[in-house]
Design a protein around this ligand. Structure first.
Ligand code: THU
Length: 124
């Protein structure tokens, strides 16, 4: 599956976003190393800070489905990932990230998205 095809999956799933507060629909589609695609959307809440980004619903769903950090090759997102979601992408050890930003399609590694990241190794 190409990055463009994966991004098209993110675009398609974005219509399912629950975003009554911002009206900003975000879709995420993650390609696993086994070839499966897991999708998610942002889910907002009237208590604003409780809303969940599309990346986090996607990876939460993937974990529930039995995938683990390291199983993910590409994440496609319809918007530039926020700072917190960059930390999630790092935790999930995603190899590459492709996203739309200001009319462009951007491709970056997690190290480029979040340099000098905090990881579990710091907790030891
Ligand atoms: N949003 C995401 O789903 N992912 C991001 O990385 C950026 C922001 C959502 C959160 C909120 O529901 C809406 O976009 C507006 O911030």
């Amino acid at each position: 599956m190409t990055d463009e095809e994966l991004l098209a999956r993110a675009d398609a799933i974005a219509v399912r976003a629950y975003a009554p507060d911002s009206g900003f629909h975000v879709g995420c589609a993650v390609l696993t190393r086994s070839g499966a695609v897991v999708e998610g959307v942002n889910v907002e809440n009237a208590a604003y800070p409780l809303g969940v980004c599309a990346e986090r619903t996607t990876f939460s769903r993937a974990i529930v489905e039995g995938f683990s950090p390291g199983d993910f090759s590409v994440a496609a997102i319809t918007a530039s990932p926020c700072g917190g979601c960059r930390q999630w992408l790092a935790e999930m050890q995603v190899e590459r990230v492709v996203f739309r930003n200001g009319g462009r399609i951007v491709r970056m590694t997690v190290d480029e998205l979040l340099p000098e990241q905090f990881d579990a190794g710091e907790l030891a």
